[in-house]
Design a protein around this ligand. Structure first.
Ligand SMILES: [Zn+2]
Ligand SMILES: [Zn+2]
Length: 575
């Protein structure tokens, strides 16, 4: 059965959660958590590595024991360690860990003393006032739990785009193999490259005798079939992700694709336009009276409103229709426009591969340059570099560049912006570098005014080149810190430095709206992988998706420049 990195990561996370509730050895728990995180970030499928017989202990955070488990999960879809834990603890109990305020110890007590195993049971027990009497709880905690669990039950689950891509790509390939299928495509927010996806909307064109529906039903990853008809089906994958498949006629494909891609706001704007012209637009086509005047392609649908085709990433009703009308749609940046990557880590800090391994992997992706930007000393947890180790790395890069062919490593640093806005390394260290990326990794709680001032002051440093992950958010885990982004962008313009769009699947930061702001203010954005291993370098494509949502063209992106021009742009920041 096809097992994706996200599936394996979910198994490891569940094992860690259950071990934590069992109060197992913390080192063992951490090993599972680290492995899960690394797998979630990896740009390559472990399944493929196993099939090729590669040595899995070369992967970040994977020792012999976990490597054997990876092999087992890829081969069987299961993990005996997890099954054993399930005989000791109810499988739903890990849901409780996701209720804010509940750690493993409290979850254990709730289960042990009140036999609470699900969020629903938890909500009921809190309502009935049965929790306040437990050791370590109380009326206030009970009220907080009730509020948190109610909020959790109310919000639908969304998954990160990079995770959705793993499920979507193999499912599309599987459906494409059905008899009589002419095309298969994922529509919805996935096609618009939203940072999270609620479900997958898949469209297909297929011959009348196609077995595409049977093939969907037979897909290994399908956990539950909700509905299955001749032209539409809904299933829930074992991962919990819902998939809706619709088979449409070729003559209506473009209209259906447009309709199911959305967004809702964009579609409403299109329908209003249709009405104004005495036309009708729906998922089957554009109609004048009973006559279908367009429908087979999206381009034809837009053409019937005298508009050029609008890329899906722009369809948010943020001015794209007016821009299309005026002939001012940007030619959006493409993955192939990127000539290199300006943010990566190695083994010297918290990365997992050597300089040379990273360089070769970047070259294999077609990059002409890769900047090595380790953490600085303040991030002790990540073994951040002090001046001596940074100098050693610079020497190593110089030596390596002399022998490398077709790829150049740039010397950089991801230097911590300290609380007062100064940088974590002395000028004497920074002077030798090709670029200095400044990053906030601490004190996320500062007030808007103080956080903004801190960053502006850092940007004023003569060696500051680029602001890393400008809002610090982690998708669905950590809210962005409170900053005045427009002021930061305007300051970058004045100062002549750049902003990063961090393509890490959990970050995608700058946000799309900030990209548009940067473009309007004339500040170049670097789309960087922030790779901690070779495989992460491929994550750039998710950053490109976000950049496209932010209207960026190749010219708006710093690392679309060939090396000589890039060097000039980096040097010019220092005046
Ligand atoms: Zn960082
Ligand atoms: Zn980094």
């Amino acid at each position: 059965m096809p097992t994706h990195n996200a599936d394996i990561a979910a198994i490891f996370t569940e094992i860690a959660d259950l071990l934590e509730i069992e109060q197992a050895n913390p080192f063992r728990i951490r090993a599972y958590r680290n492995a899960a995180r690394n797998l979630g970030e990896m740009g390559r499928e472990v399944r493929a590595l196993v099939e090729r017989g590669e040595d899995l202990t070369q992967l970040p955070g994977i020792g012999a024991d976990l490597a054997a488990k990876l092999g087992e999960i890829v081969a069987t879809g299961k993990c005996r360690t997890l099954e054993k834990l399930h005989t000791e603890l109810p499988p739903t109990i890990t849901d409780l860990l996701h209720v804010p305020g509940l750690g493993p110890k409290r979850v254990r007590t709730l289960w042990h003393d009140l036999d609470i195993q699900t969020a629903e049971q938890l909500a009921r027990a809190a309502q009935d006032g049965r929790i306040r009497g437990l050791p370590g709880f109380g009326a206030k905690t009970e009220a907080n739990i009730l509020q948190a669990v109610a909020a959790q039950l109310a919000t639908a689950r969304r998954i990160k785009l990079a995770t959705a891509a793993q499920y979507a790509e193999s499912l599309v390939a599987w459906l494409g193999g059905a008899r009589g299928v002419e095309r298969v495509e994922v529509a919805g927010s996935y096609r618009r490259c939203r940072e999270t996806v609620g479900d997958l909307d898949i469209l297909a064109v297929a011959a009348a005798d196609s077995d595409v529906m049977a093939r969907l039903k037979a897909y290994d990853e399908v956990g539950k079939v909700l509905a299955l008809g001749p032209t539409r089906a809904s299933v829930v994958l074992k991962s919990g992700l819902q998939v809706d498949l619709r088979v449409v006629a070729a003559a209506a494909y473009g209209a259906a694709l447009c309709y199911f891609t959305g967004s809702k706001a964009h579609n409403i704007a299109l329908r209003r336009m249709a009405q104004e012209r005495g036309l009708k637009l729906n998922e089957y086509g554009v109609f004048r009276g009973k006559e279908r005047i367009a429908g087979d392609s999206e381009a034809a649908v837009y053409r019937s409103f005298d508009l050029p085709w609008i890329p899906p990433e722009l369809r948010e009703d943020r001015g794209e229709i007016a821009a299309a009308r005026a002939g001012r749609l940007p030619k959006l940046v493409e993955p192939s426009d990127l000539r290199g990557d300006l943010h990566a880590h190695t083994k010297a800090t918290d990365g997992h591969h050597t300089l040379e391994e990273m360089a070769r992997a970047a070259k294999a992706l077609g990059h002409a340059y890769l900047a090595i930007t380790e953490h600085s000393r303040r991030l002790a947890m990540a073994h951040g570099l002090d001046p001596r180790r940074l100098a050693e790395q610079c020497d190593a890069i110089d030596r390596l560049n002399a022998s490398l062919d077709g790829i150049v490593l740039l010397k950089g640093i991801e230097v911590d912006i300290l609380d007062d806005g100064s940088l974590d390394l002395p000028d004497s260290s920074l002077a030798r570098l090709d670029l200095v990326i400044g990053a906030v990794h601490s004190r996320f709680d500062l007030s808007r005014a103080k956080q903004t001032e801190r960053i502006l002051r850092a940007m004023d440093h003569p060696y500051f080149t680029l602001l890393a992950h400008p809002t610090g958010r982690l998708i669905e885990t950590r809210a962005p810190y409170d900053v005045d982004m427009l002021r930061i962008i305007r300051h970058a313009k004045q100062r002549g430095c750049y902003l990063e769009l961090n393509a890490h699947p959990e970050r995608l930061d700058l946000l799309d709206t900030h990209c548009l702001m940067a473009k309007e203010e004339g500040v170049l954005v670097a789309i960087n992988s922030d790779a901690h291993s070779r495989d992460d370098l491929a994550n750039l494509r998710f950053g490109v998706g976000q950049a496209r949502r932010g209207w960026l063209a190749a010219a708006d992106v710093l690392n679309t420049r060939p090396l000589p021009e890039l060097r000039r742009l980096l040097a010019q920041v220092r005046g």
